[in-house]
Every structure is written in structure tokens, then in C-alpha cells.
Design a protein around this ligand. Structure first.
Ligand SMILES: Cc1ncc(C[n+]2csc(CCOP(=O)(O)OP(=O)(O)O)c2C)c(N)n1
Length: 384
């Protein structure tokens, strides 16, 4: 009989690499915060106000709580799928806060904070996780693949890397039309092995569209570790051969992420596009369909835990006298209440039936769509 322990990693584990964030200077990684939240890194503290830093922190804690709840909802069979974000909270918050609201964001699949930072509700976020009809994409995408036209947020394609040429092309189109909005895409280290990455980089170098490309290097692409993903020194360096400005940044340091993105954003006319490599680590499962115990040594996660972005920012705030345990307890209680309300609301919403997938394919329906609809609906009926 198979037990859970049979699934533990039993092969020859790769020796876990030292955490690159601990050697930021040698590895050319921009960093504001050290491991204990002191602002003594190689990049100047952007000196954000107490309110701004608190907004970063509260959002990072909130998305971590959403992640925890989403995982439990999936494990208890109440939602279909989950894409964890544990350990990657800083990238989504630091980067998004450096943009203007009119800028366009192309997501990868772990950036839930973008939705909330752009003013969308927690209730509608959970509606998306449940596949409810009233969420902006009408319940047609996997849980976590959020998007909404009204906040200039493009949902990720599930095909890894496929959004890169879209983002670069959209940015170029905006430039041709004389618009002032800028574009940013999040993508993973695994996506950098796809042809689309190279096409997008080549295009960006030649045409200089107003785009920032954020490679979220989280150490793994499902089962593929970094040394099987690239022989380059790092992902940022790939920009050199395409004539694209590039920078490596501590992906668990929200202040450094903010500073680097803001610089790329505010100077885009002078710099052109920037490839930003955010060095972070996926502490959780790839998705709810994964089991990292089969390919990854637990020790690797242990090495990264002291570099936890939430812990580091909390220590920074405590050092400044901006945070304490009373505030932490109040925040956690508030999030628990708000998340529970969102879950309750989402569970009461209508889930679209199978016919809904045929709506909105084209502006007007046609015989092919109608034929497919009829066939699927008769098959669904036959299954009843
Ligand atoms: C073209 C393509 N190949 C394979 C897959 C299966 N797949 C889904 S996610 C993923 C890994 C993505 O890794 P990365 O881009 O590093 O992002 P991460 O999931 O680590 O955030 C793969 C291979 C896919 N969705 N699309």
C-alpha cells in the first residue's frame, strides 16, 4: 500500500545551492534589505513613507493569507485548482506599486496582489476561484488565472511564455499610437527557455517599445531546476545580446523591487525596455497538481526561509517603530474576517452551465460554434 512517506524524495538529491541573496554583491543582485530587515544593502533605501511601506506589508500578508485559504479550499474539494504564491509575495507587490494605474500588466500565474492593488474586490477574486458567472472572465479560466479589462490586467495564457510577444507587441502599438502608458509582463524562469522569449527580446531590442519584462526566477519550473533551464550566468544577462537593458534584483526584497522597477518605469524614454530578473524561490508546490517531495529536497526550502520577504519587511518596520505584535494580530484577524466574507459570498454565486463556453467566442455566433454547442450539450445530457 502506498503511503505519503513513499512519495518522499529518495533519489540522489542535488546539493542545495547557497541562497544567492546572501551573496548579492558578488552576484550583481540589487538589494536594499539584508536578511534581518536592515537597510544596508548595495541599493539605497527608497525611503518610502510609513503609510507606503505599511501598504506593501499589509498586501503581502493578505496575499499570503489568500494563498493559505485557496490551498485549503482546493484540498477540501471546494475549488478545482490552486497555484500557490508562498515566498513570492514581494515581487508582485514591489513591482506593481512602482507602476501607474493606467499601465498595462500581463500576468504570469502567481500575481494575485495586482488585482487588489488595482482596486478590485476580494469578493470578486474569490468569485474567480469558484468559477462564478459574475467575475470578469465569467468563470471560464482556471482558478488564479485572473484578468480584468477595466484595470488593464491581461490574464496569463496557460501556454508558458506565450504572452511575451503579446506584451512587447502591445507596447509597440501604444508607442506608434502616441500613448503614454507603459507595459509590464511577469514571466517565469521556465518561460525564458521558450522561443517566444527570444522573439520578444529581439523585438524589444530593435523597436524599443515601452515595456518592462520581469523574469520571476523562483528556482524551479515545475520539476526543472535552474541548471537544467539555462547555461547562462543568469537570466538578466540574456538581455545583453539583444541590446536590452537588464538588472538583477533581490526578488524577496519589496523595497529593492520597487526602486528598480520605478527607475525602469520613470526613465523608459531614456533606457528603453528593461529586463528585470527577480531572484526569489517557490517555497510551495508548483500547483495543487504537483508534489515537490518527488523531485526537490526539503533542505532547499529551509535555506530560503530566513529570506522570507514578509519576515524581512516586518523587521524593517519594527526597527522603525512602525509595527508591533498588536498591529500584526489585528491585521490577521481583519484578513480572516474579510476572506471568510468573500468565501461565503462566492459560494452563493451562480456557476455558469456548459453552454456558456460558446458565448463571446466571436462577436457574432456562427454555424461552427452552434454545431459544437449542440454536440457538447447533447453529450452532457447523455452523461446525466
Ligand atoms: C508551452 C508549455 N509547455 C509546458 C507547460 C506545462 N507547464 C505549466 S507551468 C510550467 C512551468 C513554468 O515555469 P516558470 O515559467 O518558471 O514559472 P513558475 O511556474 O515557476 O512560476 C510548465 C512547464 C505549459 N503550460 N506550456
Amino acid at each position: 500500500m502506498s503511503t505519503q512517506s513513499d512519495n518522499k524524495f529518495t533519489g540522489n538529491p542535488r546539493e542545495p545551492e547557497p541562497v544567492p541573496l546572501a551573496q548579492a554583491d558578488e552576484l550583481g543582485i540589487k538589494q536594499v534589505l539584508d536578511c534581518d530587515g536592515n537597510a544596508n544593502g548595495n541599493l539605497a533605501d527608497p525611503n518610502l513613507s510609513e503609510d507606503e511601506v505599511r501598504k506593501f506589508y499589509e498586501m503581502m500578508v493578505l496575499v499570503r493569507a489568500i494563498d493559505d485559504r485557496g490551498w485549503k479550499l482546493q484540498r477540501s474539494g471546494r475549488i478545482a485548482f490552486w497555484i500557490p504564491l508562498l515566498g513570492q509575495e514581494a515581487v508582485q507587490v514591489g513591482v506593481t506599486c512602482a507602476l501607474d494605474d493606467k499601465d498595462w500588466i500581463f500576468r504570469a500565474h502567481r500575481e494575485l496582489a495586482v488585482w487588489l492593488l488595482r482596486g478590485k474586490s476580494l469578493k470578486m477574486l474569490f468569485a474567480q476561484f469558484y468559477g462564478a458567472e459574475e467575475e470578469p472572465l465569467r468563470g471560464r479560466r482556471l482558478p488564479c488565472l485572473i484578468g480584468s479589462r477595466d484595470i488593464n490586467l491581461i490574464s496569463s495564457t496557460t501556454q508558458v511564455g506565450a504572452s511575451l510577444p503579446h506584451a512587447v507587441g502591445a507596447a509597440w502599438a501604444a508607442k506608434l499610437l502616441g500613448g503614454s502608458e507603459k507595459f509590464l509582463i511577469f514571466f517565469g524562469d521556465g518561460s525564458a527557455s521558450r522561443g517566444e522569449f527570444h522573439s520578444a527580446m529581439n523585438f524589444a531590442g530593435i523597436h524599443q517599445p515601452p515595456v518592462m519584462m520581469v523574469c520571476v526566477n523562483n528556482g524551479w519550473a515545475v520539476t526543472t531546476p535552474l541548471d537544467r533551464q539555462t547555461a547562462s550566468a543568469n537570466f538578466a544577462a540574456k538581455g545583453d545580446n539583444y541590446g536590452v537593458r537588464n538588472v538583477r534584483v533581490d526578488g524577496n526584497d519589496p523595497l529593492a523591487l520597487y526602486a528598480v522597477t520605478k527607475d525602469a518605469h520613470d526613465n523608459i524614454e531614456e533606457y528603453g525596455p528593461t529586463l528585470i530578473e527577480a531572484v526569489t524561490f517557490r517555497l510551495g508546490y508548483h500547483t495543487s497538481s504537483d508534489n515537490p517531495d518527488l523531485y526537490r529536497h526539503e533542505q532547499e526550502c529551509e535555506l530560503w526561509k530566513p529570506w522570507d520577504p514578509v519576515r524581512r519587511l516586518r523587521l524593517y518596520m519594527e526597527n522603525k517603530g512602525w509595527w508591533d505584535q498588536t498591529r500584526e494580530d489585528a491585521l490577521i484577524a481583519l484578513h480572516e474576517k474579510e476572506i471568510q466574507e468573500a468565501v461565503t459570498a462566492a459560494e452563493a454565486m451562480k456557476i455558469p452551465g456548459p453552454a456558456s463556453q460558446f458565448d463571446d467566442v466571436f462577436a457574432e455566433t456562427n454555424w461552427m460554434i452552434e454545431e459544437q454547442k449542440e454536440r457538447i450539450l447533447s453529450e452532457v445530457k447523455a452523461d446525466d
